[in-house]
Design a protein around this ligand. Structure first.
Ligand code: HSE
Length: 413
C-alpha cells in the first residue's frame, strides 16, 4: 500500500507552481499538497488566492503534514524553515542550493537525529538525477572526477553569444523563461555553480567543502575577442564546475573553460546541463538534461517526493573519509588571460608562459599558474581580465593539472 504524502509547500514561484502543475498532471493520488505558504499576499498567482497562507507556522505546526517542500528564494529563511521542519519530524525536500551548500552537515545531523529524510535532487542540475546516482550507482566505484555545466542561465547566455545575441538580450530571455536566479549575479558570477559543486563534492567524495572555500569566476568578463579566439581554435566556452580527487586531496573550482569538439560538453547548449562522472571501473559517463526551468526542476522535486513513499534517505556512505581527505588549492592549472589593457595582464605572473599576443586593442597570454595564486584575485570584480581555463593539449577534453611535485617534473622535462 502506498504511504500518504501530505505536503506543506513553501513558495509558489517558477518551481513551486511547476510542482503544483506537475502533481495535477501525474497519477500520484497518494501525494497531495495540503497547504501552500507564500511571502507576498498581494502577488497575482495562477491559482485562486484562497489556496495560500502567509504564516510559516501554518505548515510547520500542522501535524497532518508529514512533508515540507521548500522552494523559496531566500536562503536564510529557507534554512530556518528546513531546520524547524526537520526538528518537528517532517521529511524535507528542498531545492535551495545555497542554503544546502552552507549548512549541509548540520542539516544531515538534524535529519538523522529526527529519523526523517532530507532530499534535494532539484538543487543540482535541475532534471538530471545526479545526486541519487552518486549515492546509489557509484556507491562502490571509486570516483576520480566530477565536472560539467551545472548552470542553465550561463550556458544559455554563452550559447546565444555564439549566435551573435547580446549578453543583455540573452539574460532577458533567461529571466523570462525562469532560468535565472532572482539576483542573476549568482548565475553569471559562478556562485550558483559553486553551491551545486559543494553538494556534488559531498556526494562524490564524502567531504563537505563550504562554498566559501570554493573559487568561482563567472562569465561576465568574457569579451568578443575571447569568443573570437575560441572560434579560431575550434573551441567553445562553457562555465565548468569541476572537482577531482588526486590521492587524498580534493580540488574543485568554477571557471569558464575552452572545450574542444570532442569534449562531451561541446554540444550541450542553452539551458541544458551536463555532468561527466569519471570512476575507476565504469570510466567516463555523461549525464545530460535540462538544468533550469519550471517543469524540469519540478520533475526532480517530484522524484524526491515519490522516493519518500518508500522512506528513501541519502546514506552518505562516502562520508567516512571526512577528516581524512583535504580540499586543496595546491595544484597547477593552465589558463588563458585576456585583456584590453596590457598593464592589467602584467599584474598576474605565470610560471610558464607558452603563448601570448599583444596589441594596442587586445592582448592575451597563456600558461601555467599555481591555483592558490589565482585565488588571490577577485576576477568577477576585475572586469578588465578574462580568465578561461585551457583544455589539455595532450589528453583531449581534460584540464591538465597535477600535484605540485608532478608539475615541477613536467616543467623540467
Ligand atoms: N538559476 C539556475 C540555473 C536555476 O540557471 O541553472 C537552476 O538551479
Amino acid at each position: 500500500m502506498n504511504k500518504e504524502i501530505n505536503i506543506g509547500l513553501f513558495g509558489f514561484g517558477v518551481v513551486g507552481s511547476g510542482l503544483y502543475n506537475v502533481l495535477n498532471l501525474s497519477e500520484a493520488s497518494h501525494i497531495k499538497i495540503s497547504k501552500i505558504v507564500v511571502k507576498n499576499p498581494k502577488k497575482k498567482r495562477s491559482i485562486p488566492s484562497e489556496n495560500f497562507f502567509f504564516d510559516k507556522q501554518t505548515i510547520l505546526l500542522d501535524l497532518k503534514i508529514n512533508t515540507v517542500v521548500e522552494l523559496i528564494n531566500d536562503p536564510e529563511e529557507a534554512y530556518q524553515i528546513v531546520k524547524t521542519a526537520l526538528k518537528y519530524g517532517k521529511h524535507v525536500v528542498s531545492a535551495n542550493k545555497k542554503m544546502i551548500a552552507e549548512h549541509l552537515n548540520e542539516l544531515i545531523a538534524l535529519a538523522n537525529n529526527n529519523n526523517v529524510s532530507f532530499l534535494y535532487e532539484a538543487a543540482v542540475a535541475g532534471s538530471i538525477p545526479i545526486i541519487r546516482n552518486l549515492e546509489e550507482y557509484y556507491n562502490n566505484d571509486t570516483l576520480s572526477s566530477i565536472l560539467g555545466i551545472v548552470n542553465g542561465t550561463t550556458n544559455f547566455i554563452l550559447t546565444q553569444a555564439n549566435e551573435g545575441i547580446s549578453y543583455k538580450k540573452a539574460m532577458q530571455i533567461a529571466q523570462e523563461k525562469g532560468f535565472a536566479e532572482t539576483d542573476p549575479t549568482s548565475d553569471v558570477d559562478g556562485f550558483d555553480s559553486k553551491y551545486k559543486l559543494s553538494i556534488l563534492i559531498k556526494h562524490a567524495f564524502g567531504i563537505h567543502v563550504n562554498s566559501n572555500s570554493i573559487f568561482n569566476n563567472g562569465i561576465r568578463n568574457i569579451k568578443p575577442r575571447d569568443i573570437q579566439y575560441a572560434n579560431e581554435k575550434g573551441y567553445r566556452i562553457k562555465l565548468f564546475a569541476r572537482a577531482e580527487k588526486i590521492d587524498n586531496q580534493i580540488i574543485g573550482f568554477v571557471a569558464p573553460q575552452f572545450v574542444k569538439q570532442d569534449n562531451f560538453c561541446y554540444q550541450v547548449n542553452n539551458e541544458f546541463n551536463a555532468i561527466t562522472v569519471e570512476a575507476a571501473f565504469s570510466d567516463k559517463q555523461l549525464f545530460i538534461g535540462k538544468g533550469a526551468g519550471s517543469f524540469p526542476t519540478a520533475s526532480a522535486v517530484l522524484s524526491d517526493i515519490s522516493a519518500l513513499v518508500y522512506d528513501y534517505k541519502y546514506e552518505y556512505r562516502k562520508s567516512a573519509v571526512e577528516g581524512k581527505v583535504n580540499f586543496t588549492s595546491n595544484f597547477y592549472v593552465r589558463v588563458y588571460l585576456g585583456s584590453e589593457n596590457r598593464i592589467d595582464l602584467s599584474r598576474i605572473d605565470l610560471i610558464q608562459e607558452d603563448e601570448s599576443f599583444f596589441s594596442d586593442e587586445y592582448s592575451f597570454k597563456i600558461g601555467w599558474i599555481v591555483f592558490s595564486e589565482l585565488e588571490k584575485f577577485d576576477f568577477n570584480e576585475w572586469k578588465e581580465i578574462s580568465l578561461i581555463i585551457l583544455p589539455n593539449e595532450v589528453e583531449l577534453a581534460e584540464i591538465q593539472y597535477f600535484t605540485l611535485q608532478n608539475t615541477t617534473e613536467l616543467i623540467l622535462e
